[in-house]
Design a protein. Sequence first.
Length: 148
Amino acid sequence: MPDLQSVLREEIKRLARREIRSELQATRKAVAQFRRDIAQLKRTQADLERRLQYLESRETGRLKAEPRAKAAPKGTRFSAAALKKRRERLGLSREDFGKLAGVSGTTVYNWESGRSKPTGKHLAAVVALREIGKREAERRLELLATGS
């Protein structure tokens, strides 16, 4: 005759295994779904990173090869004080402004102090920089920095 204690123990084990199995089944399904979601997110992230890299390289190339006029438009005037004010309004150092204009920071200093004036393509670059805002200037500098 079976012992009552051992029968109860076996029944409790059987019920516990059944309960654990049902809980584990739901957990396994959830884990499998999470893994699928994670894999999809990784694929999406990789695709977005590839697109971003492509767009950054195109934009950097466009900025570097941006067609600059050989000369500034007719009637363009240059003012050293206006150049300095514009540079300060953009929040750029002379070096950064020079990078955008395609010259050195020393050249920008000479323009601002009136020791020299931009000519030809540099005057055209300065004229083009009149049209951009602070955010655009920062974005262009960032792209030039990553592209170099």
